[in-house]
Design a protein around this ligand. Structure first.
Ligand SMILES: CC(C)(COP(=O)(O)OP(=O)(O)OC[C@H]1O[C@@H](n2cnc3c(N)ncnc32)[C@H](O)[C@@H]1OP(=O)(O)O)[C@@H](O)C(=O)NCCC(=O)NCCS
Length: 155
């Protein structure tokens, strides 16, 4: 397994891995469960757009785990140079490749990239019903800072 920079031909795979991986833990899915389908688009459509947003925002900070030319997972980053702040908005590993340390290696790779960019602190978040994130992030050196409650309503 090796980690490399995102290239445009990865896009469809990233969206597929994202939609499969975030089933049950996507905020957009929770909103849809509470309010129903919104504006004719389901949560999968909304979640896939996050990949587009990540690539548009910081194309040189999206990294791919691949093996034999097959995409196994990815991690995205954002950088705020003035504030010294990095963010990891999305991380997903193909279901069949989980538990091999790929998620952890992607985090370490992203942290090293952010370090090289001169970033001084990094934020990442996970859902309360996502036990993997709650285990993995502290074990990668992150400390819990706060919990947030999401609300939504129709207009
Ligand atoms: C989160 C994710 C990227 C991790 O990928 P991965 O390649 O399986 O991660 P790793 O193999 O590096 O490590 C997973 C860690 O979580 C642990 N873990 C796995 N399932 C767990 C569970 N149900 N509860 C607690 N810990 C769990 C593993 O034991 C491992 O910890 P360890 O190294 O201390 O043994 C992957 O599970 C995924 O894509 N999930 C769906 C999308 C997602 O949750 N993204 C993150 C959003 S916050």
């Amino acid at each position: 397994m090796n980690i490399r920079l995102f290239q445009p031909s990865d896009l469809d795979e990233l969206k597929r891995i994202t939609i499969e991986g975030f089933e049950g833990i996507a905020i957009d899915q929770s909103v849809e469960t509470a309010l129903g389908i919104l504006n004719g688009h389901d949560w999968r459509w909304r979640k896939a757009r996050h990949v587009d947003e990540d690539i548009e925002a910081n194309p040189t900070g999206v990294f791919i785990a691949e093996e034999g030319g097959i995409v196994l997972g990815y991690i995205s980053t954002r950088v705020d140079y003035e504030g010294g702040k990095g963010r990891i908005p999305n991380l997903a590993v193909e279901q069949s490749a989980r538990g091999r340390g790929i998620g952890r290696r992607l985090i370490e790779y992203a942290l090293e990239y952010l370090r090289c960019e001169g970033i001084t602190f990094v934020m990442i978040e996970t859902m309360e019903n996502n036990p993997v994130g709650q285990h993995l992030y502290p074990s990668c050196g992150f400390v819990e800072t706060c919990r947030q409650i999401h609300f939504a309503r129709r207009l």
